[in-house]
Design a binder for this molecule. Structure first.
Ligand SMILES: [Zn+2]
Length: 410
């Protein structure tokens, strides 16, 4: 029943038979329609039918042994019923159930030198592609070449730089990132993401003809090859909400065990490490501290007093009220940071009254507010608290959604 109730459009469904996953599909629509279910499946001897109807698409056949994955997810083997796997669990095993667990196939019959294909890429397609990058698996860990390169490319876009770059520029900028943030035992080979990212559908290459193997650095240099985000992907990533979603998703999917603040800083996306957008100390990113400070709009101190008064300094997350000698203390937190890069508004609908601890946790993306106003811990997805909301405090759900995107929870 939990699995039935908590399904959402966009969730992935795996079909299981004979101890194997045999197909996967995506939920495109959910219906609760008894007449339709009866028409399709009839009724059983107790006049019951299967009225929770799922419309599925993007069906891919698989042949993946299920046992290691199920055991890894602490699901009883063999499976007996509909089972829900939460996003964080799914991410750990994503590469085992993606058809991409095989080595990179070479794509025949495409001409990378020709014009980009006029396939309209949507925001959901982009996020799906980012979440399921084909990566080489070594000791159960996906290589980080591609996600690092994509973050770098998003950083260029956010910094207003050119979308396509030549091989020399690419190599000089991406190689140090691969060295610093790739797996220690992974070789630094910028030609690999330069060339193979094209299979993601988000990447574009000019100047090199299709070939069976990865071109060597000297071949890329002599052919004056250029690469970068595809036009459609770049168009979507110029929008702030999709950009926040993408950065959050890449970080939570591929960079769980490295210093994400540092990586985001290196690619010029330091502001995305925090909900407030304020740049961590000692940042050397593309966004300079002075430009952040000067572009920060003035905050209205009356709003700050208003929200603190409304909640009488009680934290909306935990209910704690920090006592001082003569009064109480709380902090007003913007849900979507005002100023760069988030550009949230300074309005009551974008403010929370928090205790200092929860202010830090919210700002550093350790907790997020879910669609049902529960407060969840980002590392586990578990509910930690229920957000307190005053009847006169209308919180704009779009800002909460933006924050969830930064948390990789969109
Ligand atoms: Zn609190």
């Amino acid at each position: 029943m939990t699995a039935l109730q908590e399904r959402r459009v966009g969730d992935e469904v795996l079909f299981y038979s004979g101890m194997k996953f045999v197909a996967k599909a995506r939920i495109l629509g959910l219906l609760h329609n008894r007449p339709l279910a009866e028409a399709v499946w009839g009724v059983d001897k107790n006049q019951n039918t299967w009225e929770h109807v799922m419309a599925l698409g993007d069906i891919v056949e698989l042949n993946v042994p299920a046992e290691p994955i199920l055991r890894g997810l602490s699901v009883r083997v063999p499976l007996r019923s509909l089972t829900l796997v939460r996003a964080e669990g799914r991410r750990r095993f994503l590469n085992m159930v993606a058809p991409s667990s095989q080595p990179e196939p070479t794509r025949p019959a495409t001409d990378p030198t020709g014009p980009e294909k006029p396939v309209a890429l949507g925001r959901d397609d982009l996020l799906r592609a980012l979440a399921s990058l084909k990566t080489h698996i070594k000791e159960q860990r996906p290589s980080r070449h591609k996600p690092i390169t994509l973050l770098w490319a998003i950083g260029r876009l956010a910094g207003g730089k050119e979308r396509m770059v030549d091989w020399e520029t690419f190599s000089s900028e991406v190689a140090p990132l691969l060295k610093e943030f790739g797996h220690p035992d992974s070789r630094v080979t910028p030609e690999y993401p330069f060339w193979h990212l094209r299979s993601s559908g988000l990447w574009s290459i000019e100047g090199v003809t299709e070939r069976g193997s990865t071109p060597t650095p000297s071949q890329l240099a002599s052919s004056h090859a250029r690469a970068g985000l595809g036009r459609d992907a770049a168009k979507i990533l110029r929008r702030s909400l999709a950009r926040a979603d993408s950065i959050g998703l890449l970080c939570s999917t591929y960079f769980d065990d490295i210093d994400r603040d540092k990586l985001l800083d290196r690619v010029g996306l330091a502001g995305y490490a925090r909900a407030s957008g304020e740049i961590p100390e000692g940042s050397s990113g593309a966004v300079t501290r002075s430009s952040v400070t000067s572009s920060r709009p003035d905050r209205d101190p009356r709003l700050v007093e208003h929200i603190k008064g409304m909640y009488e300094h009680e934290c909306q997350v935990c209910g704690a009220r920090v006592e001082t000698r003569y009064s109480h203390y709380s902090e007003a937190a913007h849900i979507r940071g005002v100023g760069k890069p988030h550009d949230g508004p300074d309005e009551l609908s974008n403010l929370l009254c928090l205790c200092p601890n929860h202010h830090v946790e919210f700002d550093r993306l350790a907790i997020y507010i879910d669609e049902d106003w529960t407060v969840r811990r980002n590392s586990t997805g578990n509910v930690a608290f229920e957000l307190t909301r005053h009847a006169d405090h209308v919180i704009d759900e779009e800002h909460v959604r933006y924050h969830r995107g930064l948390c990789g929870r969109s």
